[in-house]
Design a binder for this molecule. Structure first.
Ligand SMILES: [Zn+2]
Length: 290
């Protein structure tokens, strides 16, 4: 069956179509997130998928959004990165995708579904996934399934405290992991050091041996390692999976991160930290599967 999925982030929208029998990715497109409201976002997604050539064959559509989602009601309760508050996104998509069942979920939950079906989380009993992009999302696998939390809204590892009274976070609190570990932080550092405009520019400059970029990266990894170590101390996971845009950074990130985490965990326990197999595609793939 052909399924379409979309991952709506604060700066970019990724979407694709896959065959759920073979898990073959048939089509993929990335567009910047329209800043003119959710209806324009939905229309842009519908138009792109209609132009894919698979429009008529799609039998299911799923949308993943960075933020708090009431999947049952099909409503984005709150998304700081998108500026959404009580947006009935599933109904809008259902209108646009006539007669195709539509689901809505949180982007980190979607990434977990994709990684569990065909990725780094396949077969794990206790694992953590952090999706690092404009914000930091995440989720937990416990006893082999996605942990829904005691109140039904999962967990928010990105908003655990990293520095008491620290930097302002998008959620209104101060010092959250997201305020220090989102790709946005690297983008800000890149601009300040005149290395470019986004996280990728820091990684590229560091790979070229530029001292300023290496220092920015080292400081970022130190913060991310503290966050991962703290989460690992709580859950003792088999693996920690890093998804989102950052996961494409490869050894430049994962080598030093692994070493730094092992220095910070209780009794210097080692935890395997790996990139999401579906990389930056995990969100839309999981949404399509849901
Ligand atoms: Zn926060």
């Amino acid at each position: 069956m052909y399924r379409a999925g979309v991952d709506i982030g604060g700066t970019g929208i990724k979407m694709g179509i896959l065959d759920d029998l073979t898990m073959e990715k048939l089509w993929f497109k990335e567009i910047p997130t329209p800043q003119s409201g959710y209806e324009d976002i939905c229309r842009a997604v519908r138009d792109a998928i209609a132009d894919s050539g698979y429009g008529e064959k799609i039998r299911a559509f799923g949308a993943a959004v960075a933020g708090e989602v009431d999947a049952e009601a099909g409503v984005v309760v709150r998304s700081y990165n998108l500026g959404f508050r009580d947006v009935p996104l599933r109904a809008v998509f259902a209108d646009l995708f006539d007669a195709v069942p539509v689901s809505l979920c949180n982007d980190a939950d979607a990434a977990i579904v994709a990684e569990a079906r065909c990725g780094a989380l396949a077969g794990t009993q206790a694992a953590v996934l952090l999706t690092i992009g404009t914000g930091v999302g995440g989720g937990v696998v416990l006893n082999g399934s996605l942990f829904k939390g005691g109140q039904g809204h999962g967990s928010e590892p990105g908003h655990m405290l990293l520095r008491y009274g620290g930097k302002q976070c998008t959620c209104g609190a101060r010092g959250c992991i997201e305020a220090y570990c989102a790709a946005t932080r690297l983008a800000e550092d890149a601009k300040r050091a005149q290395l470019g405009n986004d996280a990728k520019d820091v990684f590229n400059a560091a790979a070229r041996g530029e001292r300023a970029a290496q220092e920015i990266l080292a400081s970022y990894i130190d913060d991310l390692a503290a966050a991962v170590a703290s989460i690992a101390n709580l859950l003792g996971p088999e693996i920690v999976v890093i998804g989102g845009g950052i996961s494409a950074a490869g050894e430049l990130l994962f080598g030093p991160l692994q070493a730094a985490v092992s220095q910070k965990t209780f009794a210097k326990r080692k935890y395997s930290i790996v990139p999401a197999v579906n990389g930056n595609n995990a969100g839309w793939i999981g949404a399509a599967l849901l």
